[in-house]
Design a protein around this ligand. Structure first.
Ligand SMILES: [Zn+2]
Length: 363
């Protein structure tokens, strides 16, 4: 083959790869999912790098920084692919600020918070709003109200208000489990503790949120008004599982899920542990394919999964969804566009759709 023919083959291969489109779009959602390297410069980049676009015949894709470096490429100075992404840095700073707010007896001054996380007040305010959907002051006020509400028997609040530090030690969990789970520890272990599921409860703009994770990924995101009821729902859904209260690391995960719910444009990139029948899984996958800011009818989803007469079964699969927002069953509406049922309440469905429409308008 001649050199130019080889180039053509390489180029065609790159162009066929869906990752090339993400590079062309400088898609920040693709960051962390892969890296691309440029043969002519010897440098590898994140998909969102602002560097001048490379020619497709010179581009190769790698899943991790290590792979790119093993292949002899060095990190781009501009997008610094081996360092935490901007979104990750922002999330870390916002989490840190949330902790400071939660630990503070009074509502902290914006400038003080910004200084603590080494940002300008202006930039910090913007980033905080972007990640949490709230201004720092609103968040602080909400925290204070919550503290008053919860102080009676639930101990102090922690990151994004995970409500019960008592779950952190198993002995205290057992002490409380009768009250929280409505059954005794020996009962709930009947059937064999074949799975360990960690969970924690926080507060978000939609009310209380329970996030649970198995060793395979996030297995439940439940929304509601009553934290105890959320724990019961979890228990009912995983009756044989061994439920364990989340530790400090787990709070970070909850904070990330909350960040995703508050800012739909962030994109949900955490692994999910989706459990359901083959039919339910097909419905849920079709829901995940509905773009943000758009809706589809039950009939339409039924058609998309190749079962055009199964609209009712689609609605049932939506109602059985354990992963609020991550599997966006809120994007399914009646054929006439009316918001129909939602496992977590019609008002939450409305709020979610409104927030997503705003994102779409801004984009
Ligand atoms: Zn770069």
């Amino acid at each position: 083959m001649t050199t130019s023919a080889k180039k053509g083959t390489f180029a065609a291969e790159t162009i066929r790869d869906p990752r090339w489109a993400a590079v062309g779009a400088r898609d920040p959602d693709a960051d962390g999912k892969f890296y691309y390297a440029v043969k002519t410069t010897g440098v590898y980049c994140r998909p969102s790098c602002a560097a001048r676009p490379a020619r497709p015949e010179n581009v190769g894709f790698y899943t991790t920084c290590e792979e790119a470096e093993e292949a002899g490429f060095r990190p781009c100075k501009r997008c610094q692919p081996s360092r935490p992404s901007l979104a990750e840095q922002h999330a870390a700073k916002v989490t840190q600020a949330c902790r400071l707010i939660e630990a503070s007896e009074t509502v902290p001054v914006l400038e003080d918070l910004a200084r603590e996380v080494a940002m300008s007040a202006y930039h910090f305010h913007r980033v905080f709003k972007q990640v949490t959907g709230l201004m720092p002051r609103q968040y602080a006020m909400a925290q204070r109200e919550k503290k008053v509400r919860l102080e009676l028997d639930r101990g102090r609040t922690v990151t994004c208000a995970i409500f019960n530090a008592g779950y952190n030690s198993s002995s205290r969990f057992y002490e409380k489990s009768n009250k929280v789970l409505g059954m005794t520890p020996s009962n709930y272990r009947v059937g064999g503790a074949d799975t360990e599921i960690r969970f924690a409860i926080g507060e978000c703009s939609l009310g209380s949120i329970l996030v649970a994770q198995s060793d395979r990924g996030i297995c439940a995101i439940l929304l509601g008004n009553d934290p105890d009821k959320l724990v019961r729902d979890l228990q009912d859904s995983f009756p044989r599982a061994n439920l364990i209260g989340g530790d400090a690391d787990f709070e970070q995960l909850v904070a990330r899920v909350i960040g995703f719910i508050e800012g739909p444009c962030i994109g949900f990139d955490l692994p999910l542990d989706v459990r359901g029948t083959a039919f339910q899984q097909r419905v849920w996958q079709a829901l995940r394919d509905i773009p943000i800011g758009q809706t589809a009818s039950y009939t339409e989803i039924a058609r998309r999964i190749g079962s055009p007469n199964a609209a009712r079964a689609v609605a049932q699969a939506c109602a059985a969804n354990m992963l609020a927002v991550a599997i966006p069953c809120h994007r399914v509406v009646r054929q006439d566009g009316v918001l129909s049922g939602y496992r977590w309440g019609i008002e939450r469905k409305r709020s979610l759709l409104e927030a997503e429409t705003e994102v779409e308008l801004k984009a």
